[in-house]
Design a protein around this ligand. Structure first.
Ligand code: DQA
Length: 139
């Protein structure tokens, strides 16, 4: 059975109540349920943390999996530690953002993690996670 890590970073545990006009009304649990429904044959490691070091250790743990989907939240824009952890990985890896970061504040247009991933999805809401998991599975 394929194993895919889906890692969510800082503040993403507040989805549903956090700026629904930007991030939608779905909670992280709703997104997890959506993925589990869509990929019943995949072992999903769906996780969230507000601690950067924990996120980095999960990125490293995903080296033994078949693929990684990350939404690092605000860390996207400044965490070289997450960039470096992603850079070491040889499994397929995709960066996802619920919102269209390119249509928002200038600082959100910069992703320091993008150079270390295979692809980026932004602005598709929860569907972006579906597309990213499909990509890492090669489907
Ligand atoms: C986000 C975009 C980031 O700029 C923001 O800090 C987030 C969520 C997104 O999914 O759209 O926390 O990664």
């Amino acid at each position: 059975m394929a194993r895919v890590f889906v890692l969510n970073g800082v503040n993403l545990g507040s989805l549903g109540e956090r700026r629904p006009e930007v991030y939608g009304s779905q909670t992280l649990r709703d997104i997890e349920d959506l993925l589990r429904g869509e990929f019943p044959d995949v072992e999903l490691e769906f996780r969230q943390t507000d601690f950067e070091g924990e996120f980095v250790s999960w990125v490293r743990e995903s080296a033994s999996s078949d693929g990684l989907v990350v939404n690092p939240g605000a860390w996207t824009h400044y965490s070289y530690a997450i960039h470096d952890a992603l850079e070491m990985l040889s499994v397929p890896k995709v960066e996802v953002h619920l919102s269209n970061v390119h249509a928002r504040e200038g600082w959100r247009r910069v992703s320091v993690v993008s150079p270390a991933v295979d692809a980026t999805v932004a602005g598709m809401g929860a569907s972006g996670y579906l597309a990213a998991v499909r990509y890492v599975l090669g489907r």
